[in-house]
Design a protein. Structure first.
Ligand code: ARG
Length: 271
């Protein structure tokens, strides 16, 4: 902690340093991370808010015309705006995000990846307040009748590595062959090529996909009652405070509904 602080401060001109030092003597109790960014937040790369995510995860984060866009991107852009910096997105395997390794090693400041808040993850990093509700769902060919895991007996079910969907399938699917894919794109490709009969993932991304891939349908949803949160390195309370303020403000101002409508084509039923 201390070491990274001195490294960051070394890049700041002396006059600013003096100011920062004066600031440290005040009542600021944001964890002693005093830096040049509002709220006493220290960033892994000065001047940028680096967000780790696992692409593609449309409509939360995906690439279009060489740019990463999506619901989570818009939300974190507002966090960056509050910090007077710009967001930089790092695409990295979801498993390293959800295990906390990427945050811990200082690869990024935040993790925003349509990521479900759960107890195991909470032991490895800190989560923001919830910002989105989700549940697991099953996708397969239209008319295949995959209305439950019992319909997949003797068949192949694709799961995404490190996800809550993979966990759900491991726990609940019986006599089903699970096939693990590294990301959502590969998983859905597996459904299209017939490498697997069906796939499990979050309802938001699967409904989005079947809108464009009309030979496929969501056969059922499982009531897993998940909520997405944004991750930060354990103890980075100053940054998490800004994230939570942003979430609360966008919900109160109606901006949340706008972003939701932009990516889901309708108003949210709940948030
Ligand atoms: N919500 C699920 C989870 O937390 C899946 C998230 C996958 N996200 C991604 N960007 N690949 O496990």
């Amino acid at each position: 902690m201390l070491r990274s602080k001195s490294r960051v401060l070394a890049l700041i001109p002396a006059a600013v340093l003096a100011l920062a030092a004066a600031g440290c003597g005040s009542s600021d109790s944001s964890g002693g991370t005093g830096g040049a960014t509002p709220g006493g937040v220290t960033l892994v790369q000065p001047g940028k808010l680096v967000t780790c995510t696992g692409l593609p995860y449309e409509p939360f984060q995906f690439e279009k015309d060489g740019k990463v866009i999506g619901f989570d991107v818009d939300l974190v852009d507002l966090v960056a705006k509050k910090l007077n910096v710009t967001q930089e997105i790092k695409d990295t395997p979801f498993d390293g995000i959800q295990s906390g390794v990427d945050l811990d090693s200082g690869k990024c400041d935040l993790a925003a990846a349509g990521m479900t808040i759960n107890d195991t993850r909470k032991q490895n990093f800190d989560f923001s307040d919830p910002y989105f509700e989700a549940t697991q769902a099953l996708v397969g060919k239209k008319g295949a009748g995959f209305t439950g895991l019992d319909k997949l007996k003797g068949k192949k079910l694709g799961v995404q590595n490190g996800t809550t969907g993979a966990q759900y399938a491991e726990k609940n699917a019986q006599d089903v062959e699970l096939v693990t894919f590294e990301d959502l794109g590969l998983l859905l490709n597996g459904v299209e090529t017939g490498a697997v009969d069906a796939a499990i993932n979050d309802n938001g991304v699967l409904y989005d996909w079947v809108k464009k891939n009309t030979d496929y349908e969501v056969g059922t949803e499982f009531d897993t009652g998940e909520q997405y949160g944004i991750g930060a390195k354990k103890g980075n309370t100053a940054l998490l405070k800004i994230v939570n303020e942003t979430i609360a403000e966008v919900k109160a101002s109606g901006e949340y509904d706008k972003i939701y409508e932009k990516w889901f084509g309708k108003k949210p039923e709940s948030k």
